[in-house]
Write a protein that binds this ligand. Structure first.
Ligand code: HPA
Ligand code: ZN
Length: 336
């Protein structure tokens, strides 16, 4: 390992763009399939890994939803989340803001309470035993109707205190943010913050829509932002963070090679960009791997890394006091 790579590993970090279902490693998938009597199209760990070659977002999503079919009971969601937390600990993640896709499960007859119950119980244990603080983000699937989203929002109501924000994910093309303006308005009225995937495969207009119509506090991905100088200005002036996911972008062919990744240009243009792992079990790396891949390809300096890591805390949904504590911990490691 180079000095910079060990520096990356040693720094405390926050992860802000992570789909908990995307942390389902083939080993656990096969184990849960057996435990729950579910038949998978790819039944072995090796054949699953072999299948993880994607041409685009939809290609990946087809496998991601198929993988979700093994998650049936509260304990499955606990085991999934706990496995991620152990990886997070090994990556020096001290704060995680985790998305979950309830509709991927309730559509299969799994109760909302089993999904959120298992995830939340593991997160609470992770805070107590591993010292990882957390927030939960309920993500709506944009290939489903807004009506389905309203139904999901109603199911979330009894768990209001466990959820910080709502998000928007799944197939971006042909599912612009405008479709979900009313749903997000209702979520905002209920006191949730909002985030949205935008500009991963979609145009800058979808980022504008996420900001103007969905009132997104952060944009997930945001790759296409650089195509629109006015949008770059707005993101900079209002300090709207982008949660970038380098290995995801490479695996889903949003970029053709890592040296094409827009992260460094985003930094240089004053955007509060962060590094995240998205769906690490499918994209070949957890958070440190993402930092290292992008640092190597774009020749990032130690100062760039510190800025990115500080952005991860500044862009998080914790209180200002908590942010100050986290930033002090970064300074401490930087000085040591
Ligand atoms: N993009 C959109 N939807 C998703 C993703 C993603 O990267 N991961 C899981 N759902
Ligand atoms: Zn994502």
């Amino acid at each position: 390992m180079t000095d910079l790579q060990s520096f990356i590993c040693d720094l405390p970090k926050a992860e802000l763009h992570l789909h908990i279902e995307g942390t389902l490693e083939p080993e656990l998938m096969v184990q849960l399939a057996e435990r729950n009597g579910v038949t998978l199209k790819y039944a072995t760990v090796a054949s699953l890994r072999e299948a993880y070659k994607f041409e685009n977002l939809q290609d990946f999503l087809d496998l991601y939803y198929a993988g979700c079919s093994v998650l049936l009971f509260e304990q499955d969601f606990y085991d999934l989340t706990w496995a991620y937390l152990l990886k997070a600990k090994a990556n020096n993640i001290v704060h995680a803001e985790i998305m979950f896709d309830p509709q991927a499960h309730t559509s299969r007859g799994v109760p909302f309470s089993a999904v959120i119950g298992g995830i939340y119980r593991a997160l609470a244990d992770g805070y107590e035993k591993l010292g990882i603080s957390f927030r939960l983000i309920l993500s709506f699937l944009r290939h489903l109707t807004p009506e389905d989203g309203f139904k999901t929002l109603a199911e979330a109501e009894p768990f209001r205190g466990w959820i910080t924000a709502v998000g928007l994910d799944s197939s971006e093309r042909d599912f612009p943010p405008d479709l979900f303006a009313d749903l997000f308005e209702k979520a905002l009225e209920m006191g949730f913050l909002t985030v949205a995937h935008a500009g991963e495969e979609g145009p800058p207009e979808y980022i504008w829509g996420a900001l103007d119509l969905l009132k997104a506090s952060r944009i997930d991905h945001g790759n296409s932002a650089l195509e629109d100088p006015d949008l770059v200005d707005v993101l900079g002036i209002y300090e709207i963070p982008l949660t970038s996911c380098p290995l995801s972008n490479l695996k889903l062919k949003v970029i053709q090679k890592m040296t094409d990744h827009p992260l460094k240009e985003m930094l240089e243009r004053g955007i509060k960009v962060t590094v995240n792992s998205d769906d690490p079990a499918y994209f070949g790396g957890y958070l440190n791997d993402n930092y290292i891949a992008v640092a190597d390809a774009l020749h990032l300096s130690k100062e760039d890394i510190v800025r990115l890591v500080k952005h991860s805390f500044e862009a998080s949904f914790v209180t200002d006091g908590e942010k100050r504590n986290f930033l002090a911990r970064v300074d401490e490691v930087e000085r040591s």
